[in-house]
Ligand binder design. Sequence first.
Ligand SMILES: [Zn+2]
Ligand SMILES: [Zn+2]
Length: 144
Amino acid sequence: MPKSKAIDPVVLLKDAGFKNTPVRRALLLALSTATTPLTVRQLVRKVRATKADTATVYRALEAFEAEALVRSMQLTKNNISYELSRVKHSHHITCTNCAAVEVIPFCVKGIGKNALKTSRRFKTVVDHRLSFLGTCKNCARTVR
Ligand SMILES: [Zn+2]
Ligand SMILES: [Zn+2]
């Protein structure tokens, strides 16, 4: 496991005013070491050692999101994925066949401002979701 990024789950929890529980700690650790956003199912698997069930994991993630510790996104039809809010803003490309996810490490400059310019009813844009869908190389090889 890479030790380079010093995101300490204990500090994150404390800063956000959360009690330090094994599940919360394990979730933040999993998210801080992940290279892509993780689905609830993937997270349940990663914190298996804490014996937390899906409902518990889900509740913890919702509480984290309410405190802006994590952000959720819908990358595939049936799955919500989570990533740490501290992670640099980026977008993702998702394989429509196998749901593989890769980070696209750039954003479109001024995209929010441009959206606002064309809007009649909005005063501010605070965030945006941008999804890229495609076929991964693996699937491109096997699907015809
Ligand atoms: Zn694929
Ligand atoms: Zn962006």
